[in-house]
Structures are given as C-alpha cells and as structure tokens.
Design a protein around this ligand. Structure first.
Ligand SMILES: [Zn+2]
Ligand SMILES: [Zn+2]
Length: 338
C-alpha cells in the first residue's frame, strides 16, 4: 500500500509500505479522506523540520478487517462501516491518563513505518491500522465530514472545559477553520449569540454567512466589551488574551485554544481576575469522551451545512503534493486528501 512521506520542506513522496496486519484488538481502515491540519502544513512548509515523517491525523474511512478479539463486541465497527479515528497514543498508565486527562498523556506520541520513518498519524495512506477502541462509527455521512472527527473532538473538548451552557453569550477570536467549528458547535448547543473576530475581511464575511451574529476586526470590538460569558481564542496572537478579557462579562471564561508563539505573554490584573471571577482556561487536543460526542454529532447531521462550508478542496492520494501546496500557499479551511 502507499503512504505519503514528507522528506523535506516542500517535498513529499508516496512510498510503498507493507499493508499492516490487524492485531486481535485492531481494525484496518481503508482511508477515504484525511484533512490537512496545522501540523501537516508546518512539516511541509519547513517550520517544523522533522524528516522524513508520515503525517496525517485527521483520517476517516471504511473498515476492511476486524481483529478476532474485538469482532464479537457490540461496540466494534463492522466491515464496510464508515469510521472516524483517534490516531493518538494514550498510555493509560501515566498520572494524566489515570486522571482522565489523556490529551496530556506523558508518553511520547507517534510510531514508525516499517523502515523507521517517524509516523505522526500516517493517515495520508491507503490503509491504517488502529485499535478498535479508537474508532468511532459515524453512520452514512459524507466522508469529508467523517474526516473532521478529530478537529471536532478538539472543539468539543474546548467547549466542554469552558463550562459553556445553553444561553451563554460567546465570542470567538479567529475565524479560521477552528474558529468556525467553535461557531458551529456553540450555535448547535444553544448559545444565545456568537460573535466572530478576525483580521481578514473575507473571513468576517464568511463567518457572518455561516451564522455568526456579528463579525468584525480586532480593532473594532470596543462596542462588544463586557458582554460575553465565554470567549474562545483560536488565533494565538499578541494581545489576544487581553482582548478576550475585555470581551468578558463578570464570571466570564477565556479559553486558550489556538497555539501561541512561545514568547508571547499576557498581562492580567490579579485583582481583576479575583474581583470579577474571571477564568483563563488552556485547552489542548481531545479525549475519548470528546470523540464519542463528536462522532454522535457527525452522525446526527446537526452540523452538516456548517461542515460543507469548511471543505475547501478535495484531492486524491496521488495528488498529495498539490494538496499540501494549496494548504500552505493560501488561506484555506480544510483541504482533504484520499
Ligand atoms: Zn488536527
Ligand atoms: Zn498516558
């Protein structure tokens, strides 16, 4: 079978790899679509120079083989069923895994292809092997939506840890793909209003078309200060934390979702946090309960129109170089390969 390997900045090739054998607890999945996320873009751009590497962690497809130990279990997907897949490793034994915070598992992520090439998901491939427990049925939905299981699980994780409740007033800083998934999820879960903030005029327009109650630029937000219960920061830029705090009402929560440059700090008045009961919450990745929710949402179709708007382009595996070039050369939501 073929698997895409990034060998250097701007360089990707398809390699022949022995088809994996399903262990007794595994399933084999024929990949139908894999989204290109920030990690894939950074590897291809050269801003994360780890080579050679087999990326691709937002994969979905149909089950083609089921391990003998899990085959009789009712939660195991059957042959031909469409699944979305959690390709992270979770050791189950570290302190964070035992606390139920396996997004922060201490065990290093990743594995290797047969020749030792580092795997960061290796979902840009014809077939992947995954533990049956880390597959989630999604029913018969577009495969591009199924491939949004991982990012949607991350956003479910974010909204869950935020303490969000129906009726809350929400603002989202950053109207890229992750910001738009926050918009879609908060609307579906009963936010009374969701506003979007982005430097890009076209992204403001597209967020408004997708249902945002308002969309504006960061320097044009003063009219919205003090009026939100939850503010999600999906674009980690200098000043974003301070802006998010200004947008919060008393008892508001600021959720730091997007990665920040390592040297960015934020200045927060300690008494302001105390006196106004503000919260600043970091969120990272996702956990099994988030996957269960995300897969259920995908199957329900509740977000279908939102997800359709977020598929920028679709390529075959043989066109993975074109797909990575597009994803790294202009603003996109999700580019799908497979
Ligand atoms: Zn991702
Ligand atoms: Zn662990």
């Amino acid at each position: 079978m073929q698997v895409a390997v990034v060998t250097g900045p701007g360089a990707v090739e398809l390699r022949d790899e022995p088809r994996p054998a399903a262990g007794p607890e595994d399933v084999l999945v024929a990949v139908d679509a894999c989204g290109l996320c920030t990690m894939e873009r950074r590897l291809f751009e050269g801003t994360k120079p780890i080579y050679p590497v087999a990326p691709g962690h937002e994969a979905a497809g149909r089950v083609i083989e089921v391990g003998e130990a899990v085959a009789p279990l009712p939660g195991t997907p059957g042959i031909g069923e469409l699944v979305t897949m959690d390709l992270l490793t979770r050791c189950g034994t570290c302190h964070l895994c035992r606390r139920g915070r396996s997004a922060l598992c201490k065990r290093p992520q990743g594995g290797a292809l047969s020749d030792g090439t580092i795997s960061m998901g290796a979902g840009l491939a014809e077939v992947v092997r995954v533990a049956a427990a880390q597959t989630y049925r999604v029913g018969e939905i577009p495969v591009e939506h199924a491939a949004m299981g991982e990012p949607l699980a991350c956003v479910v994780h974010s909204v869950r840890l935020s303490g969000f409740r129906a009726g809350d007033r929400v603002a989202v800083i950053g109207a890229g793909y992750m910001g738009r998934l926050h918009l879609a999820l908060c609307r579906a879960w009963g936010a009374s209003q969701v506003g979007m903030i982005d430097v890009s005029g076209p992204r403001q327009t597209e967020a408004a078309e997708a249902g945002a109650d308002w969309a504006t630029a960061p320097d044009d937000t003063a009219g919205h200060y003090g009026a939100h219960d939850i503010v999600f920061v999906t674009a980690g830029t200098p000043g974003a934390v301070e802006l998010a705090l200004d947008l919060c009402d008393d008892a508001g929560a600021v959720v730091l979702y997007g990665a920040f440059p390592k040297d960015v700090t934020a200045s927060v008045g300690a008494d302001r946090v105390h006196h106004h009961e503000l919260s600043i919450i970091g969120v990272f990745s996702q956990e099994p309960q988030d996957w269960r929710t995300a897969a259920g949402l995908l199957e329900s179709g509740a977000l279908s129109a939102d997800l359709d708007r977020l598929v920028t382009a679709r390529y075959g595996l043989a066109e993975v170089a074109e797909a990575l070039t597009l994803a790294t050369s202009e603003p996109v939501y999700r580019v799908m390969v497979g």
